[in-house]
Design a protein around this ligand. Structure first.
Ligand code: 6GU
Length: 241
């Protein structure tokens, strides 16, 4: 998978050289490049923002550098047979990112993330981008960050780990929170008693069928307590599906 990120703070993404995604980049499973939006400015001050038409607080990102980015990274020059990119703008005004979004985007060949700062990007950039590929405005959740960088880090990690081969043991992808619509069951390791706290006895029983049932019950109980919004409807029990 190819991922391009455009930001005025490219060093936010240094962390993507670490751990599983860093390894995936080394082995070629993930072709990730991070570019500085200011590369596409023309003036001496490398200006990326300006005051909003109509007045109001803060600054708005100018359209011209973004137009140049689109021309260069996803313009009509891309190699013969290259897939049309999915162009993602992180935005607190977008659709909310979920595991289902991550799964969907993990199936794409080419993602371009455009990170906005200040009060946002000139609205015409989104319309223009739609002529280069599918445009998605995506939010991490209902709270405000200073810019899209941290949100894009989270999205790339969630998407990247779903690329086949990135996570060594594919079974570990199946048993996680959100993969089956429930929170994950609690995990324990040795010692069996720690500071007078014992591991649930069933886990020491060796009865794999009973353990599977217990884990499922734990998943449903936790989801009901912590995230009832994930359950189909009050009273419905996904463990009986
Ligand atoms: Cl994607 N961007 C910003 N600036 N704030 C956010 C967000 C994104 N998602 C939640 N809050």
């Amino acid at each position: 998978m190819r991922i391009d990120v455009v930001s005025i703070f490219p060093s936010y993404f240094d962390g993507l050289a670490l751990s599983l995604l860093g390894k995936a980049r080394e082995t070629g499973l993930l072709d990730l490049s991070v570019r500085d939006l200011r590369e596409w400015t023309q003036d001496r001050h490398r200006t990326v923002d300006d005051t909003p038409y109509g007045g109001g607080a803060g600054m708005v990102m100018k359209p011209e550098p973004w137009g140049q980015v689109l021309d260069e990274l996803v313009g009509d020059a891309p190699k013969e047979g290259a897939a049309r990119p999915t162009i993602i703008f992180p935005s607190p005004a977008g659709e909310v990112f979920t595991q289902a979004t991550a799964r969907e985007l993990a199936g794409r060949e080419h993602l371009l993330f455009g990170c906005g700062r200040y009060e946002g990007i000139d609205e015409r950039v989104f319309d223009e981008a739609a002529s280069y590929g599918e445009v998605r405005l995506i939010s991490l959740g209902d709270y405000v960050l200073n810019g899209g960088e941290v949100a894009v880090m989270a999205m790339i990690e969630a998407i990247g780990r779903l690329i086949p081969g990135v996570v060594g043991n594919p079974e570990s992808l199946v048993e996680e929170s959100h993969e089956d619509g429930l929170l994950e069951y609690p995990s324990y390791t040795k010692p069996a008693v720690w500071r007078e706290r014992a591991v649930p006895e069933i886990l020491l029983s060796g009865n794999h069928g009973a353990i599977a049932v217990w884990r499922r019950e734990q998943q449903v109980q936790r989801t009901r307590e912590r995230r009832p919004d994930l359950l189909p409807e009050a009273g419905a029990d996904p463990s009986e599906a």
